[in-house]
Design a protein around this ligand. Sequence first.
Ligand code: GLC
Length: 439
Amino acid sequence: MTIGRLEKLFRLSRPAMQAIIKNFRFEMAAGLSDKKSSLKMIPTYVEMPSGREKGKFIALDLGGTNFRVLELTLKGAHRSGEPRIMKFTLEKREINGTAEIFFDFIAESVKTFLNKHKISGAEELNLGFTFSFPIKQTGIASGILISWTKGFAASGVEGNDVVELLKEAFARKGIRNINISALVNDTVGTLVAKSYEDPGCDVGVIIGTGTNACYPEKLPEIKKWKGPQNKSGRMIINIEWGNFNKLTSTSFDRRLDKDSDNPGQQILEKMVSGMYLGSITGLVLKDMAAEGNLPLGLIQPLVKGKKFETEYMSIIEGDSTAGLKMTAKLLAGFGMAKTSAADRRVLKKVCGIVSRRAARISASCIAAIVLKIDPRLSVKHTIAIDGSVFEKHPTFAANMRKALKDLFGLKHSRIKLALAKDGSGKGAAIIAAVAAGAD
Ligand code: GLC
């Protein structure tokens, strides 16, 4: 594989992006009607916030190995106080253990938080639970895990109501004053948190370890919705776009998928998110070395089973030193001791090719959602985006903007991509407030 061939293989031209938009919109419509679709289009029972929500709430934000417990005060009038936050880390024991081990650890962490912040058992509080996996919501505070993503594997959770499992763990740990009043996806939390302050925000996106998006949809458009009408006539739909599969894959994508723990699923996520981008780059590097286009020594650590992390791509692509010195240092630490500046330049190119495709796929899907909401792009839209890849990768956001420009020309400025850091916890608190009637 030469750089030239690789570039061609991973290139997403304007017509290719337009094809993604068309297919994505088709799959959105099918998913809303309960027809066969790679997009689950899950009704979340959540409406957009009014900005008037008030009170003190707890949020539990879990979507990866690191999770957070927060306490947040909403002041109404589109404002909130500084949250108090504690971070915890799930280990293999919990991720690969049983439902009981998993939820006991979470309940124990909530208990640690309550003790640390001296929240007494006499104070009744509502909790918003952000659980960022594909959940079939059965109510605002109930939902069944359809399947684990992002490498999680605890047994006895798939097919069960995660709020019930958390409630049982709270009971085992003697937590009696916390009422779980909302179950929320991180994209939904991100959208709600941003639109609490900015009413022009109508799409929530995560591009981190995993990737996904949500938006408010009109109830009559949600053909499969059998529930009652609501106040606003709209409901936020969790698209679960990570599973979108109408994309042109390369042999690298297919290899990565085959060796993953969920083959055939989360195809877009495997081309875009932080959990996989580094692995794709690793596969490309191995291939190039095997064909003599890179020195074999360069890939020794990869051959020995080390993972080429997505963070490396951020460092390498952000390296603007002459001779790519930061890259040299990073590679030496990784075990690739002797690299030439020319090899490092090839490496930087490879990383750029892989991450650019990811950014253009994400932008195309955002374009599809915005066009579903506003087919003529007649008003401005803020897209609230969180996640390590969007936030930390040096060219990702710019590549997304460039893709939108390629698609829409001057009108691209009507779509504003805004970093919405740590919104998922805050959003869960706002949703808990709505559910508890604190509006
Ligand atoms: C995965 C999950 C999805 C979540 C996303 C971002 O795709 O299935 O629910 O929103 O990761 O964390």
